[in-house]
Design a protein around this ligand. Structure first.
Ligand code: ADP
Ligand code: MG
Length: 362
């Protein structure tokens, strides 16, 4: 059993401020959980507490059925991969991978077997005799992961393991980590501030801000129903567009009315009175350019950004910036006027005052 349970966990480095505040979460055996949040929100602190290298101020951590608050890091069955690799510079790759096993008194033959097996998975066999200084960033990261694999942990803890790699390598390693999870069948807790990593890797994502969980759910749940405007913005790349709007009742059906542009919503009409002013949020990929001016915004092209086979149209809508993503089939001129529509089933409605998703308040 390698489930992990956090019970009312708190951390205070200083008397006046909670770095982590009353966190409770159950992570299932073999789950891939991503902790996603901006820098400074407490992700590394939480991971280090689970690893046992940071004291707990209050609350409990269980690995399986065992409360590990007082269990030594080496006896918790966890292995951590750090952002900065933390390889021993004077040891070869082989020795780096062997070190933790020696401490745990794993026999030499078994050590060698595990190291070669891990090196095979990570394709670092030719590097075993090299020193860390003779490795590229990507190779160092593989070694750091290899050092974790050989411990055969029940739980992998990874703290932004790809953030020092260039974009191409990051994409490759992301896939490697996903495969590794499938192959090893262990529980993974993976820290990142990158929402693309989070949605591609996570079975579930726990979004953190200021030491608290803001929303926990599958990538689909979070994308489909972000709990508030912060989460909607944080999870969207390119950024989500926001427009001031009101909810209106037309013949018993609720519509989002944005400057006279109406989109149907399945929100019940009863919510209208509770949310007199709302913000409509729509992602660039859920907007479209249309010839039909009847239920569309008029926007002006500021500039275009070509991303592979897609294009981001950066548009001016009154005084705000609006982005439409579409396939790159034609060019657009600066200053050109376009009609822009929104896919009704992808318009999120937030309360203007509380910034909370009206749907999640139902
Ligand atoms: P993240 O990994 O999400 O960027 P951290 O867990 O590293 O965030 O830090 C969370 C907060 O705790 C930050 O405000 C940071 O300054 C503070 N913090 C981290 N480590 C210490 C420490 N050893 N002493 C005091 N404050 C710390
Ligand atoms: Mg960190």
């Amino acid at each position: 059993m390698s489930s992990i349970t956090l019970k009312a966990l708190s951390k205070q480095y200083t008397d006046d401020k909670h770095t982590l505040n009353d966190l409770s979460l159950h992570i299932k055996d073999k789950e891939f959980l991503v902790l996603l949040g901006p820098s400074g929100c407490g992700k590394s602190t939480l991971l280090r507490m689970i690893a046992g290298i940071e004291d707990i101020t209050q609350g409990e951590i269980y690995i399986g059925d065992v409360c590990v608050n007082k269990v030594e890091p080496k006896d918790r069955g966890v292995a951590m991969v750090f952002q900065n690799y933390a390889l021993y510079p004077h040891m070869t790759v082989f020795e780096n991978m062997a070190y933790g096993l020696k401490i745990k008194k794993v026999k030499k033959a078994e050590r060698e077997k595990r190291i070669h097996a891990a090196a095979e998975i990570l394709q670092i066999n030719p590097l075993l005799k090299r020193l860390p200084s003779q490795l590229s960033g990507g190779q160092k990261q593989r070694v750091a992961i290899g050092r974790a694999i050989v411990k055969e942990p029940k739980v992998f803890l990874m703290d932004e393991p790809l953030s020092n790699l260039d974009a191409k390598l990051r994409n490759e390693m992301r896939i490697e980590i996903k495969k590794l999870h499938e192959r090893l069948d262990s529980t993974f807790i993976y820290v990142t501030h990158d929402q693309v990593e989070a949605v591609t890797l996570g079975d579930r994502i726990a979004i953190m801000t200021e030491g608290k969980f803001r929303q926990i759910g599958t990538p689909m749940e979070i994308i489909d129903c972000p709990i508030d405007m912060f989460v909607a913005s944080f999870i969207s790349s390119p950024p989500i567009n926001y427009l001031d709007a009101v909810l209106v009742n037309r013949d018993g059906q609720t519509y989002v009315d944005t400057d006279g542009v109406l989109v149907e919503t399945d929100l019940p009409i009863e919510v209208i009175k509770d949310h007199p002013r709302v913000v409509a949020g729509v992602r660039p990929e859920h907007c479209f350019i249309t010839e039909d001016s009847s239920n569309a915004f008029v926007m002006e092209v500021l500039f275009t950004e070509i991303i592979g086979t897609d294009v981001l149209l950066h548009l001016k809508h009154k005084t705000s910036h609006f982005i439409v993503k579409k396939s790159f089939t034609q060019t657009y001129e600066k200053g050109q006027k376009l009609y822009v529509g929104m896919q009704a089933n992808h318009v999120h409605v937030f309360d203007k005052n509380t910034q909370k998703n009206v749907r999640s308040l139902q």
